[in-house]
Design a protein around this ligand. Structure first.
Ligand SMILES: Cc1cc2nc3c(=O)[nH]c(=O)nc-3n(C[C@H](O)[C@H](O)[C@H](O)COP(=O)(O)O)c2cc1C
Length: 334
């Protein structure tokens, strides 16, 4: 099996990193590892698998993120994920929402390293693809550095070697998930120290990383970076990832190319009963910060949302913005 490089990853994001979003991101970078939204083990075992887990073969390398705390169910769900063709199974030990705490999974599990180790062991026993863990640097009052290191050591004893660390603690009581992604301060140095203490582990850092220059700084200390909101809101940055981190011979992927590659994909999706906006909602930030970015966003918002909207709207949007850019460049040159 080809070894996965997790030097650059796009984060699991509920309601955002669905299959259409990942397909779009894949048009911008061939190499970044893309993570699904969290799917609970119960949903995998009881729900509509094709709807929950189905993905396009163009999305590889793609990792399935699972939520849960029952080793047997997680192992069974991991097996289903492997059968679907995912390249990695990731366990969510970082999500702080109340809904998640009731089901006893997500960040609250950082208080139970033994149970998480049982889960990881059970999954590793069942699948041959890598099983990785995404966690925080601490929770509530359990936020001493030694608690964090002990948590990682307990999991590393199962043979798990890859940890994605969101470099801020989670407050489990009284904070909305959104606040938990913004309020607790980032402590990148703690993640760097983990890598120093455990050089044999693969450590991917996450949280508040907004540019590829910032990624370069982190990559001096850890093995990989994971970007969530920056990649979603400003996906054009993904167009420079392959050349910068994987293959210097790759040309930067242009925005228009990525969009045009979505047209046949959207045609198939619509023919199967889907809506164009299921896809276009993920591309609205593509021209973020560009002179006609607002026009692009407005055009798609106004035209792509109807049930009748067809795939050519994407190419119309490309022509609208690219023609405008050419005209502006010509004007500037005069
Ligand atoms: C809308 C949204 C949904 C998220 N859903 C998940 C999730 O399902 N699983 C998970 O582990 N983290 C989830 N996260 C957290 C991100 O994976 C990431 O850890 C966090 O946003 C910090 O990274 P960033 O600053 O690069 O966005 C979510 C974040 C956002 C913004």
């Amino acid at each position: 099996m080809k070894e996965l490089s997790r030097k650059f990853c796009v984060a699991p994001m509920m309601d955002w990193s669905d299959r259409h979003c990942r397909f779009f991101h894949r048009q911008l970078t061939r190499h970044a590892v893309l993570y699904t939204e969290m799917v609970t083990a119960d949903a995998v075992l009881r729900g509509n698998r094709e709807r929950l887990l189905g993905f396009s073969s163009d999305e590889h390398p793609v990792a399935l993120q699972l939520g849960g705390s029952d080793p047997a169910k997680l192992a069974a769900a991991a097996e289903v994920g492997a059968e679907f063709g995912y390249d990695e199974i990731n366990l969510n030990v970082g999500c702080p929402s109340d809904r998640v705490q009731e089901g006893r999974f997500g960040a609250c599990l950082m208080a139970e390293p033994g149970l998480v180790a049982d889960c990881v062991r059970a999954m590793r026993d069942r699948v041959t693809i890598p099983v990785t863990v995404k966690c925080r640097i601490g929770i509530d009052d359990q936020d001493e550095e030694r608690d964090f290191q002990r948590f990682i050591e307990t999991l590393a004893d199962t043979g798990c070697t890859t940890f994605i660390v969101h470099a801020r603690k989670a407050w489990l009581k009284g904070r909305a998930p959104k606040e938990n992604r913004e309020v607790p301060p980032l402590d990148y140095a703690r993640v760097y120290r983990l890598k120093q203490a455990k050089p044999e582990l693969e450590i991917i850092i996450n949280g508040g990383i907004e540019s590829l220059d910032a990624c370069d700084d982190h990559l001096r200390h850890v093995d990989g970076v994971m970007l969530g909101r920056a990649a979603y809101h400003d996906p054009a940055l993904l167009g420079a990832v392959d050349r910068r981190y994987f293959d210097p011979a790759t040309p930067e992927r242009h925005r228009a190319e990525a969009l045009l590659a979505l047209v046949p994909y959207a045609e198939r999706h619509i023919a199967g009963g889907g809506r164009l906006s299921n896809i276009t909602r993920h591309v609205l930030g593509l021209y973020q910060g560009r002179p006609r970015g607002r026009l692009f966003r407005r055009y798609l918002s106004e035209t792509a949302n109807g049930i009748e909207a067809r795939a050519h709207i994407i190419s119309d949007a490309v022509h609208l913005i690219e023609r405008g850019e050419v005209a502006e460049a010509a004007q500037a040159a005069q």
